[in-house]
Each structure stands twice: as C-alpha cells, then as structure tokens.
Design a binder for this molecule. Structure first.
Ligand code: UDP
Length: 454
C-alpha cells in the first residue's frame, strides 16, 4: 500500500479551473479526491492585487498561482474577462508545466474546465494527456451538444423540445443562452462549443452522479466514455472518509462565518429560509424589492446573502425593519449554513453547486433561477427529483406574494412533507455515490489506476 502510494505520488496532474467560485469548488474537490488516492495534484489559480483568493485548508493539493490583473473597463463584463483569461493562460500554462518538469515533478495529465477547449490543444502540444471536466449537469451538457450539432435549432422553432435522455422541456426550462439567443454571445459560444473537440480528450469527467441523471448519463455514454465523479462536496458533508476535508478551501469572497452561525444557533430547528443567488447573478432593482417585501411578509425567518456589489439595491431601511427575523450578509459559509439544523429551506438560483449541495444535505429548495444552466436545474429540482418548488415568473418579475407562497409551500403542509422525504432520500444516494465502491468513487479509482499503469 505504502509503495503504491509512493509511486502514485510521482504521478502528477495539473488542474485548471476557471477562476469563478462555482468552477473552482468542484475542481478543487475533485483534486482532493485524487490526492487522497495518492496522486500528486497541483491546482492553478489566478491571483491579482484586487482578487487574491483566500486559501484555508489545502494541505492535500498544491497551489500554483498565476499573477495577473484583469484590467478590462468593466469588471462585470464576463465576456471580455473570459477572452482575457484565454490570453493569460495560453501565455503562462506552458511555463507552469515546464517549471514542474524542471523541479522533478513532470505533469502527465491536464484536467481543464470543459469550456476552455483550447487548453486541450496546449496539453497535446506539450505531449501530455488532457481531461475535460464538466462543472454542469449532464442534462445541460446534452442540450448544448444538440445545439452545437444543430440538432436543436436556435432560435427555437418549437414550443416543446424533446432530446435524447431528457424529459420534455419547455423554452423556460432550457439554458438562457438557448431561450434568449443573442444574450452573452461569446459566453454562449464557449459553453455550446465545449463539445467541439471532446473526442480528442483522453478523459471526460462530469460533476454529477449516475442515479441523479440516469437516462441522460446513459445516453451520453453511448457517445463518449464519460465518468461521473460527483457530488463534489467536502467529504465531511458526505461519506466522511477524508478527515481533513471540511471546507472547500478557496474563497473569492470573505464570508461572515461567526455572525451567520451565531445567529442561526439562536433559531429553532427548521425555521429559517436561507436565500442566495450565488457568486455571479445580479437581480434587477425591482426584483430585489419584491424579494425583500416577500421575505418581510413571510412567516419564516431568513438569512439572505446579498453580495457587496448588490447591497445598494436593497430597499432603504430594510435591514432595520426586519432585524427581528432576518439577517443580511455579504457572503456566508454556505455548507455550514445548509447543514445547520435551523435551516428549513433554501431559496436558490439553482447554480449547479448550490443545487448539488442542497440535494446532498437534504435541504428542500425554492428554485428561483436567473440565467444560464440554472433554468434547466430548476426544472429537475421541481419535476424530476421533486425536492422543491419553482417560482412562477409574471412579466419578468417574481412577485412578493409568489415568494411568500413558495416558501410556505416548501416549509408547511403535505407538499412540504413530501419534498422533505424526497430530499432525505437524495441525501443518502449522494453519499453512496462517493462512498467506497459507489459509482463516482469507482470512476475516480479507475482514472487513478489507469494513470499509474502508464
Ligand atoms: N457560496 C458560498 N457562500 C455564499 C454563496 C455561495 O460559499 O454566500 C458557494 C456555494 O457553496 C457554491 C458556490 O459558492 O459552492 C456557488 O456556486 P453555484 O454553482 O451554486 O453558483 P454560481 O456562483 O456559479 O452562480
């Protein structure tokens, strides 16, 4: 065993996430799983003076920072930020890889975020294997693949869409780039293009688990040898085999840990709705106001994450007026919050990580998707996994009455009980997938074993 580990430690892989919280978290967790099975793993981060990632517990994985500052005119302009990223990484990645070789730890495989298809060319050019890592659901990947192959025409020509492995989807269940073509054109081209050179990748990983998306995973396997490896929560929230793995470990925002947990400690079990729209989504001012009024009307207490860049959209005096029942913070330790006994429901944008986290911790959801894949995830939350309700949108707005109604539906009554029962079942299945011999665990084992044989 020790010998095998020693040999494995000489087998070195480089992991390259997009520097966004929802992309770093799953690839970092995958890195930890690989390291726990004996591989040497180095994760590339982008550091700048204004956005130095805050590292907490990272004993298992080496970090290789690339220092660069995005100097685009507008920080919220995701499209130019991504183009900048491609330039920076294309310039720096070959050096990072050759430096490891000079230090005596040559890289044998580059695991890259699937939307950075050009990273595969860099890997191949340097003679190392390339592994594409999909941070989104297989359902979403399949929709993009069908668009890329022109099997699904955009703009949509029909009002119902039936694709292999997927339930019947209405336009509002499809990723926003498909339903609203023309929004974020280069971002949309990138995600749709994830499949453009997929057959050249040596490995394909997906952050999901087999029984979560059985039909679409089976269908994808008829086309490519995909390996499901999720859910990628820290082990202590799942099967608890990796003792040191209690937290993701890299934060792009500073969480208000003590404030949140102390406040939750003072609440009774299952009485709080946790509200968060992740690290990117921006709510319009009118929507922010309706949400604030909905939370104010609701019987339930709330913990609401409003990022610093969004805080000026809160109605004036909102925090003072609701201080009895609510707490607003800029960022929180989401896993600790979701696992807290006081939380009864999660009002979420249905980012893929947040969705997997709620499923794995058994927290019922109110799905309020904003854009990209969140719309498809919300469809599955409500109709396929039956672990939450999805808000109805009325002329582009979710009203305060609708917010109040959805929270009550998930927290109370027979539908609420059924959702709770389903959530508990998914919690067990998520744990099983990553536990010894589970479907995701086996896929990770096989990857490690194959690298060691080379
Ligand atoms: N998150 C967090 N604190 C917060 C809000 C979010 O730690 O206050 C984490 C959350 O646990 C998740 C990630 O940020 O792992 C967000 O990823 P997701 O895919 O849900 O959404 P995105 O930010 O990519 O839209």
């Amino acid at each position: 065993m020790e010998k095998a580990k020693q040999r494995a430690n000489g087998t070195h892989i480089l992991v390259l996430p997009i520097p966004a919280q929802g992309h770093i978290n799953p690839m970092l967790q995958f890195s930890k799983r690989l390291a726990s099975k004996g591989l040497r793993v180095t994760l590339v981060t982008i550091s700048s003076k204004t956005h130095e990632p805050i590292e907490t517990q990272l004993s298992m994985v080496n970090i290789e920072p690339i220092y660069a500052t995005y100097e685009g005119a507008d920080e919220t302009d995701l499209e130019s930020a991504i183009q900048w990223l491609q330039t920076i990484l294309s310039q720096n990645l070959p050096d990072v890889i050759s430096k490891q070789e000079r230090n005596g730890y040559p890289i044998c495989c580059l695991v890259y975020d699937a939307i950075m298809t050009w990273a595969l060319d860099i890997a191949k050019g340097l003679g190392i294997a390339g592994a594409s890592f999909f941070t989104q659901a297989c359902a979403v990947g399949t929709v993009y693949y069908n668009v890329q192959q022109k099997l699904l025409r955009v703009p949509l020509e029909e009002d119902r869409v039936l694709l292999p492995g997927l339930p019947l989807l209405e336009p509002h269940d499809l990723p926003s780039f498909i339903n609203h073509p023309g929004s974020y054109p280069s971002l949309s081209k990138m995600v749709v293009g994830s499949f453009s050179n997929i057959t050249d990748a040596d490995w394909i990983f997906c952050n999901t688990f087999d029984c979560l998306e059985p039909e679409v995973v089976s269908w994808m396997r008829t086309k490519w040898p995909i390996r499901t490896i999720g859910p990628t929560l820290p082990s202590m929230y799942l099967e608890k085999r990796l003792e040191d793995d209690r937290d993701y470990g890299i934060n792009l925002f500073k969480p208000n840990n003590d404030t949140c947990i102390k406040w939750l400690d003072s609440k009774k079990a299952c009485t709080v709705v946790y509200v968060s729209f992740g690290s990117v989504a921006n709510l319009g001012e009118k929507q922010m106001e309706e949400l604030a009024l909905g939370l104010k009307r609701s019987k339930t207490s709330f913990l609401w994450v409003v990022r610093e860049s969004e805080i000026q959209k809160l109605p004036s005096n909102f925090e003072e007026q609701t201080s009895e029942k609510g707490l607003v913070v800029n960022w929180c330790p989401q896993l600790q919050v979701l696992a807290h006994r006081a939380i009864g429901c999660f009002m979420t944008h249905c980012g893929w990580n947040s969705t997997l986290e709620a499923l794995s911790l058994g927290v019922p959801m109110v799905a309020m998707p904003q854009w990209t894949d969140q719309l498809t995830n919300a469809k599955f939350v409500e109709d396929e996994w039956k672990v939450g309700v999805r808000v109805k949108v009325d002329q582009g707005i979710v009203t305060k009455e609708e917010i109040e109604r959805c929270i009550a539906q998930v927290m109370e009554g027979e539908r609420g009980n059924e959702i709770k029962r389903n959530s508990m079942r998914w919690r067990e299945l998520a744990k099983e997938a990553v536990d010894e011999g589970g479907s995701s665990d086996k896929n990770i084992e096989e990857f490690v074993a194959a690298l060691l044989c080379k």
